[in-house]
Design a protein around this ligand. Structure first.
Ligand code: NAP
Length: 332
């Protein structure tokens, strides 16, 4: 495999930041992965793995050996499907539906690769990818060994997993256990309303109809990162206790909230919007006027974007004592 030195990552991150890395390689198979690990050890560089770079914020030039995973391949074995990490997520969802395998339809059009999906346990419209993951095969590049981790050891939780804080594990392939007959989830109001508008009874919607509806909703409600550089949801929604919820409701009686296993989830987009941030800008960064959880940057550098994010976080902290965190990973 070819390894490039001092490589500009502009085409490897959805914000289009023009920062460089010390070394860059693309892995199409296990051999490439292992030779890149050897190379980075020899050069004494930490490895950063990128898929399509749709959930990452580069803060500056980075002293990393960056490995971009380009491996492709899908195989059906009995009731499971094993997929290489470099496959595009949405193409994979479409492929499952063509093969009469169901469950992932609510996750249509989430940007990024299959390999990135478990890291933040992508979720949408009441479904999380962890609902359908059986195991993940990884290469531990500290120990230089390949291991298969089963779901019970992957520490999946709301938009998080073992992989969030464990950057030694390079995801090589994922095995999914999908449904062979549909069991659709149309619990989210936005999805129900869209289906009804389309003359589809949400109770009877097929997985393909859900896939098309979610795709349409996302296209109309989220800015396209190819035209307006962004990384999707920029902040995590918060899980709060009843005291915090009640104090927020005193100030915002209309605040939507959702009871979940861990507590009560409140949509941060609502508070960002209520405090006048939607559509506002700072330098070359702005809060999308389509969706206040999405921050857009039109710059080569991330300074304005990170300052804008800090201003929003400070504002919510000062007003509500809430500490919000970033959903994309910041790499320094
Ligand atoms: P929305 O429908 O406007 O809802 C606002 C928020 O309320 C969402 O964040 C959602 O939480 C929560 N919510 C709504 N109905 C709910 C219910 N019945 N039960 C529990 N929570 C509920 O959301 P949106 O911002 O347009 O996004 C639509 C979906 O796409 C959401 O599920 C969102 O998470 C997902 N999405 C995912 C990614 C990603 O994984 N990278 C990026 C963008 C959007 P949840 O976010 O927990 O669902």
């Amino acid at each position: 495999m070819e390894i490039k030195e001092d490589f500009n990552l502009v085409n490897n991150n959805s914000f289009k930041f023009e920062y460089s890395c010390s070394y860059y390689g693309e892995a199409k198979n296990s051999e490439d992965i292992l030779s890149f690990i050897d190379f980075s050890k020899h050069k004494e560089k930490k490895i950063l793995v990128l898929g399509e770079g749709t959930n990452v914020i580069l803060a500056n030039d980075i002293d990393y050996a960056v490995l971009c995973i380009k491996s492709k391949g899908k195989r059906i074995e009995g009731k499971t499907v094993t997929v290489s990490a470099g496959e595009n997520w949405h193409d994979f969802v479409l492929w499952t539906l063509k093969n009469n395998l169901f469950g992932l339809e609510n996750l249509s059009l989430i940007p990024g690769t299959v390999g990135a999906a478990p890291i933040q346990n992508i979720g949408a419209y009441g479904v999380e990818v962890s609902d359908f993951i059986e195991s993940v095969t990884v290469v531990d590049y500290q120990k230089q060994e390949e291991i298969t981790l089963f779901k019970e050891n992957l520490e999946f939780s709301y938009r998080s997993s073992l992989f969030k804080d464990n950057r030694n594990l390079l995801i090589k392939e994922i095995t999914f256990k999908l449904l062979t007959s549909p069991n659709t989830n149309t619990s989210y109001k936005a999805l129900q309303e869209f289906l009804i508008q389309d003359d589809i009874d949400p109770e009877k919607a097929t997985p393909l109809q859900i896939c098309r509806s979610v795709t349409e909703i996302r296209k109309s409600s989220l800015p396209d990162y190819l035209r307006e550089p962004n990384a999707g949801s920029f902040f995590h929604n918060l899980i709060v206790d009843d005291d915090c919820l009640n104090s927020l409701l005193e100030q915002h009686p209309e605040l939507p909230f959702f009871r979940v296993q861990e507590g009560t989830k409140i949509p941060i987009a609502y508070l960002i919007e209520q405090n006048g941030w939607k559509g506002s800008s700072f330098g070359c960064a702005r809060v999308s006027d389509k969706h206040s959880l999405v921050l857009i940057s039109e710059d080569k550098e991330s300074t304005d974007l990170l300052l804008l994010a800090q201003k929003i976080s400070d504002d919510l902290f000062n007003k509500y004592n809430l500490e919000i965190s970033l959903e994309p990973t910041v790499v320094k």
